[in-house]
Design a protein around this ligand. Structure first.
Ligand SMILES: Nc1ncnc2c1ncn2[C@@H]1O[C@H](COP(=O)(O)OP(=O)(O)OP(=O)(O)O)[C@@H](O)[C@H]1O
Length: 151
């Protein structure tokens, strides 16, 4: 429903490459609602929890190093089908498989530097949001434009 939320993070390469504004712009203009946003240096403990399902992958330790190499911009976005739609806006995990027009399709070339994260299901979104944000950091402000987004 319209209350669905997803967790999006601009990864350290995205922050270094000044992509925060472009990424926020795309989600805003799509019609999604920003309910949380912060710049954070993620601890390795947090990242290991976040990527727990990938712990046995050969690239796991490189992934933790990559994700802790600088600050990330952690965000929560809300709206109808936002989890699935955000994944489409991001593109595929491998930028080479991502269509032009998607964030990864337009702005990156390698899996290990793919500039952005987005939750892959509603359940992972709920887990990731509670991992990265305190409830008090989320703000469900009333969006004066929502009548022009939803009928
Ligand atoms: N084969 C690989 N080699 C190097 N890095 C990889 C590889 N597969 C995945 N990764 C890295 O690990 C991240 C998490 O992998 P996952 O399979 O969950 O992809 P994803 O869901 O598209 O990405 P994310 O969770 O970051 O949105 C990828 O975004 C990428 O940065």
């Amino acid at each position: 429903g319209v209350n669905e939320c997803t967790f999006i993070a601009v990864k350290p390469d995205g922050v270094q490459r000044k992509m925060v504004g472009e990424i926020v712009r795309r989600f805003e203009k799509k019609g999604f609602k920003l309910v949380g946003l912060k710049l954070v240096q993620a601890s390795e403990d947090l990242l290991r929890d976040h990527y727990w399902s990938l712990r046995s992958k050969p690239f796991f330790s490189k992934l933790i190093t990559y994700m802790s190499s600088g600050p990330v911009v952690a965000m929560v976005w809300r709206g109808l089908d936002v989890v699935k739609t955000a994944r489409k806006m991001l593109g595929e995990t491998n930028p080479a498989d991502s269509l032009p027009g998607t964030i990864r399709g337009n702005y990156c070339v390698e899996m290990g530097r793919n500039v952005i994260h987005g939750s892959d299901s509603v359940e992972s979104a709920q887990k990731e949001i509670s991992l990265w944000f305190h409830q008090s950091e989320l703000n469900r402000w009333e969006d004066c434009g929502s009548q022009w987004i939803y009928n």
